[in-house]
Design a protein around this ligand. Structure first.
Ligand code: NAP
Ligand code: HSE
Length: 443
């Protein structure tokens, strides 16, 4: 039997690139036999030819010029694993314009230029696969597109940043600061080249935007979303949250009201009830809870970052791409697929801040003197915010106290006004910390 020849090129050969190479090498014969293809690795682009790598590749394969990968006549699949958005976009579009298949793990790129990339797919006939862009080894893109395609999702809630979950879990278990644990996360290959993307919630936001596009057909922009990272979460908050019956996790939340069309997207540290599955997902593990109207609740849990988990997702895309090339028929990201996504979005609009509701957790540092609580409670009462639980405690030798409380449900708009007014009170010593409390649908 004549085997289809497939050339796989890499742009970027760091944590993920080397992982993909390593596992493809060890599975090569099996894949070739199973798929009836013959695999080669003609070119690999890197930034530094002298860098020591965990795997060895033939020296003549390496290049400093990613366009050599794109233009190489034997490369049909370009794995864009370099990260960043400017150059990565140029190489991606160049490969798509040649009708090649691009496999990517680059969620920042898809957030920023997803529309252009998909337009290029439609115009030039290339293909774009991006399973590894969301939740590392969890096959969430395939799940949305294939396994749960019959569903509309009123809610998708996920722990979708491995670095933050690793940091928060270890902070709670070991009492260390996030800066200390971040160094370990870097050594383990979990952290983005720019660690602010992880710590400030942007990486999880990019992933949530991809999920929202696939589920609801809308590209959500930064200005339409709530995005907060984990820097302000203290060990003290974790202990208070536990006293209230919760754990704190960085959560990505996509909600859709199918009656009004309202779609909301947020990424923030949230208090999750202790008895819920999401509260028990620790370390680098991610979890995504999908509430579908046909299948009901589905929860996927797996490693969300790191070399092996991410390589697993990239290789699943490479295998799909190889089958697509072999059969001259790609399943993913065909023009009709893209159009179908956009059609989904026609009935969606972004929710207003009055429409987005939840319970809230507040931490307030307040002057410890008779009567100072009166002003505080008056602000809550004025805005109709009802308190479900409250704990006040003193700090030995200091004239300040801390109040932590959990509210009943109210809107984002109201909570913003409450916080603005609290900040004006002279007895409130620092800006209040506000976290959302996750209210799960039935599991
Ligand atoms: P990384 O370890 O920093 O590797 C980046 C690679 O790109 C390096 O090999 C670097 O070359 C190369 N590179 C950068 N700029 C280049 C340029 N201008 N020309 C040629 N090569 C260039 O990053 P990574 O962790 O593998 O991440 C790669 C992508 O996967 C990113 O989009 C990231 O968001 C995504 N991702 C990562 C993970 C994870 O757990 N690490 C998980 C999911 C998705 P040198 O080696 O010579 O410096
Ligand atoms: N930095 C990302 C994370 C990598 O920690 O989740 C996986 O996308």
């Amino acid at each position: 039997m004549n085997k289809t020849k497939i050339g796989i090129g890499f742009i970027g050969f760091g944590t993920v690139g080397q992982g993909v190479w390593k596992h493809l090498q060890s599975q090569r014969e099996e894949l070739e036999e199973r798929l009836g293809v013959s695999i080669s690795f003609p070119k690999i682009a890197v930034r530094d030819l002298k860098r020591e790598r965990g795997v060895s590749v033939p020296a003549e394969t390496l290049t400093l010029d990613p366009m050599e990968v794109v233009n190489h006549p034997d490369v049909n699949i370009v794995c864009e694993l370099m990260g960043g958005t400017t150059k990565a976009k140029d190489y991606t579009l160049a490969a798509l314009k040649l009708g090649k298949v691009v496999v990517s793990a680059n969620k920042a790129l898809i957030y920023e230029f997803g529309r252009e990339i998909f337009d290029a797919v439609k115009e030039f006939g290339g293909h774009y696969y991006f399973e590894a862009s969301v939740a590392g080894g969890i096959p969430i893109i395939k799940t949305l597109r294939e396994g749960l395609v019959a569903n509309r999702f009123a809610s998708i809630a996920g722990i979708i940043n491995g670095t933050c979950n690793y940091i928060l879990s270890r902070m709670e278990a070991e009492g260390k600061s996030y800066e200390e644990i971040l160094q370990d996360a870097k050594k383990l290959g979990y952290v983005e080249a720019d660690d602010r993307l992880d710590l400030d919630g942007w990486d999880a936001f990019h992933k949530a935007v991809i999920l929202a596009f696939l589920a609801h057909g809308k590209w959500v922009s930064e200005r339409d979303a709530l995005v907060e990272g984990i820097r302000n979460v203290t060990l003290e908050d974790m202990h208070r949250a536990r006293d209230f019956g919760y754990r704190i996790k960085l959560l990505g939340m996509i909600r859709r009201n199918f009656k009004t069309g309202a779609l909301s997207l947020g990424v923030y540290p949230a208090l999750i009830p202790l008895d819920k599955t999401l509260a028990r997902v620790d370390g680098v593990y991610n979890a995504i809870k999908l509430s579908g109207d046909v299948a009901g609740t589905t929860i996927l849990i797996g490693r969300g970052a790191g070399q092996d988990a991410t390589s697993s997702a990239v290789i699943s895309d490479i295998v799909d791409a190889m089958i697509g090339i072999r059969d001259n028929a790609h399943k993913f990201l065909t023009p009709s697929d893209i159009d179908a996504c956009y059609r989904l979005g026609e009935s969606a609009r972004m929710a207003t801040m009055d429409e987005i509701r939840s319970k809230f957790y507040l931490r307030i540092s307040i002057l410890d003197e008779p009567g100072t609580l009166v002003g505080f409670y008056s602000v809550l009462a004025k805005h109709g915010v009802s308190v479900a639980r409250v704990v006040t405690y003193e700090h030995q030798g200091e004239r300040r106290g801390t109040i932590t409380l959990a509210t009943y449900p109210t809107s984002e708009a109201i909570m913003e006004r409450v916080v603005d007014e609290l900040k004006q009170l002279p007895e409130i010593l620092t800006a209040p910390l506000v976290l959302r409390i996750y209210e799960p649908t039935r599991e």
